[in-house]
Unconditional design. Sequence first.
Length: 337
Amino acid sequence: MMNSNNSKQIVLTGDRPTGHLHLGHYVGSLKNRVELQEEYPCLIMIADTQALSDHFDNPRKITDSIGEVCRDYLAVGIDPSKSTVFIQSMIPELFELTSYYMNLISVARLERNPTVKTELQQKSFADAITAGFLCYPVSQAADITAFKASLVPVGEDQLPLIEISNEIVRRFNRVYNTEVLVESKAILSGKCNRLVGIDGKAKACKSLGNAIFLSDSSEVIKQKINDMYTDPTHLKVSDPGNVEGNVVFAYLDAFFEDKDELEKLKTRYKKGGLGDSVVKSLLNDTLQALLTPIREKREAVTKEEVGDMLSDGCKKAGGIAKQTLIEVRDSIGLRYN
Ligand code: ATP
Ligand code: MG
């Protein structure tokens, strides 16, 4: 799958510290990162400034979530000796880059961005979208390019943002006649690029709270599975049931390893004769087996581990961004000393 000449490729990903991480992150991005860190230099950004763009009036939620996200990282196997984990607002170079990039993209282009359009429907801006929120894709371009990242593991919802970043890169290099900035490529997990919400909504997401979190207790997981939407026309065990649009099967598709067995179950369910409680119980066993060790590891993470990971990471990331900014300023011609 990967380019054989990977020694120079850098991976950047990140999450908004707006709450705990969930199974959508795990299957859409985290699992991939744990594999990628064995092969590539990986940077993982905790996007606090981006999160402020729609939580500016509730900064405590963001700052309180940073430690939780770090614990989630360590619990799933992000290794600070291989991955550089840092906080966006600790790298001021990112905001200077954002300023230069703002000139290279039109407001109309930002308004056409499907990710922002969908997110706006979920948020409470009504018709008063802030400049900060509209422009967060520009700051995301700064995040990617500051580290010259060419590989960006993300969920499907992020693809239009990578496109915007690449447009800015091409424009910058053309306008300033340089090759300083590097285009990037999204890496989709291949397994499940968009995990549906436990409520059947198109995407499990922190803001909607419609997710199974990595930190959920075993009882909460069981309860959430019990409450999952299946097929409303599947009233009796003997009734034929729908697999399409059935949340329990969507989760089995993402997490149940034995695909042959799953196909057999689907056939039985569609024919009639397989009850929701049986499939729910299979999903419960599957998710408990996946999440129990993660939760136990999470509980063992210490404050010191989190503190060390972040202070080392911020230092390292800051050094790289500083170097890129020197090259960017030089390309524009901002040379005053
Ligand atoms: P928020 O509600 O604050 O936007 P979120 O749940 O959408 O939170 P993000 O921090 O925005 O999570 O996303 C971090 C990464 O996880 C992104 O790469 C995103 O594509 C991926 N991701 C988030 N939710 C899912 C999901 N349900 N399925 C697959 N990938 C996901
Ligand atoms: Mg999101």
